[in-house]
Write a protein of this length. Structure first.
Length: 261
C-alpha cells in the first residue's frame, strides 16, 4: 500500500510538471491569438503580433512585433509599431474574474500621425479612438469571431503601472508632399487603473492609452507642421531671389526639414 501511494504521488507530480510545461509553451500563442482576434473588434483596424511569451510561474512576459493598422481612408502603413513590450502579471489572477497586471513597459514605439494639410484634429489616431469609443460604425476584421468581443473585450483588468518610453512620432501630411517629419515624444506614464472590484475592460484601457498618446502627439504634430510649413516657405523665398546656388539651397533646406529629431 505504501509503495502504491508513493507511485501515485510520483505520477501526480509528473502530471503537474507536464501540465505546467504545456501551459508555458502554449500560453504565448493564446496571448497572441487573443490580441489578433479581440483587438480588431475594439479598434476596427488590423492588429498583429509576431510573438508572445508569458511564464505562469513568474508572471513575466514579452510581446514582440506589435502592429496597429490604420483605419480606412488613411494612406500610411500603420498607426503604431512596437518592437518590444514587457509585461508582468499576477499568475494567480489569470483564471480569476480580474487579471492583475503589475506593469506594462512599451519600449520605443513608432507612432504615425497622419493628417490632411494642417488640420491636426482630423487624424488617424483620433479616428481609431472614435472606433474604440463606438463613435463610428465599422466592419471588424474578418478574422475576428463574434464571440471574441463579448468575452475577451469585456475581460476585467487591473493595471498597476503603464509606461511608454522612447516614442517617436512620424508626422505625415499632404503638406509635406509624401515625406514625414519625425519628432520625439515625452514619456507617457499612468498608474493604478482598475483598482476597484469592477476593474477596467480592454476597451477602456485602449481608450485611456490613445487619449494619453493624443494629448502629447497633437501639440507635437502642430509644432512640427508649423515649422515645416515655415521652412518650406522660407526655402521658396530664397529660390525666388535667384543666385547661382539657389536650387541647391532650396533642396538642402527642404531636406533638412525631414531630418528633425
Amino acid at each position: 500500500m505504501k509503495k502504491l501511494i508513493i507511485r501515485i504521488a510520483v505520477v501526480a507530480a509528473l502530471l503537474i510538471v507536464v501540465t505546467l510545461v504545456v501551459a508555458f509553451l502554449y500560453l504565448g500563442s493564446i496571448v497572441k491569438k487573443g490580441i489578433e482576434t479581440v483587438g480588431p473588434t475594439i479598434t476596427k483596424t488590423e492588429m498583429k503580433l509576431d510573438s508572445a511569451t508569458l511564464s505562469i510561474l513568474s508572471g513575466s512576459g514579452t510581446l514582440k512585433g506589435f502592429l496597429l493598422g490604420n483605419p480606412e481612408g488613411f494612406k500610411t502603413t500603420q498607426a503604431i509599431k512596437v518592437g518590444t513590450t514587457s509585461v508582468g502579471v499576477r499568475p494567480g489572477s489569470l483564471m480569476g474574474d480580474k487579471v492583475h497586471v503589475t506593469h506594462v513597459r512599451v519600449e520605443s514605439p513608432e507612432i504615425t500621425f497622419e493628417v490632411q494639410g494642417l488640420n491636426v484634429k482630423a487624424n488617424n489616431l483620433s479616428k481609431i479612438l472614435d472606433n474604440v469609443s463606438g463613435g463610428a460604425p465599422a466592419t471588424p476584421a474578418p478574422t475576428s469571431p463574434p464571440a471574441a468581443k463579448s468575452e475577451g473585450a469585456a475581460r476585467k483588468l487591473q493595471v498597476d503601472d503603464f509606461l511608454i518610453s522612447g516614442a517617436k512620432l512620424n508626422v505625415s501630411s499632404t503638406l509635406l508632399g509624401g515625406q514625414q517629419m519625425t519628432v520625439p515624444l515625452p514619456e507617457i506614464h499612468f498608474t493604478n487603473l482598475g483598482q476597484g472590484p469592477d476593474g477596467i475592460t480592454v476597451a477602456e484601457l485602449t481608450k485611456r492609452v490613445l487619449n494619453e498618446v493624443l494629448a502629447v502627439a497633437i501639440p507635437a504634430a502642430e509644432k512640427a507642421l508649423r515649422e515645416g510649413a515655415k521652412g518650406m516657405t522660407d526655402a521658396v523665398k530664397d529660390f525666388t531671389k535667384g543666385g547661382t546656388n539657389s536650387l541647391d539651397k532650396v533642396t538642402k533646406g527642404v531636406g533638412d526639414l525631414f531630418k528633425k529629431k
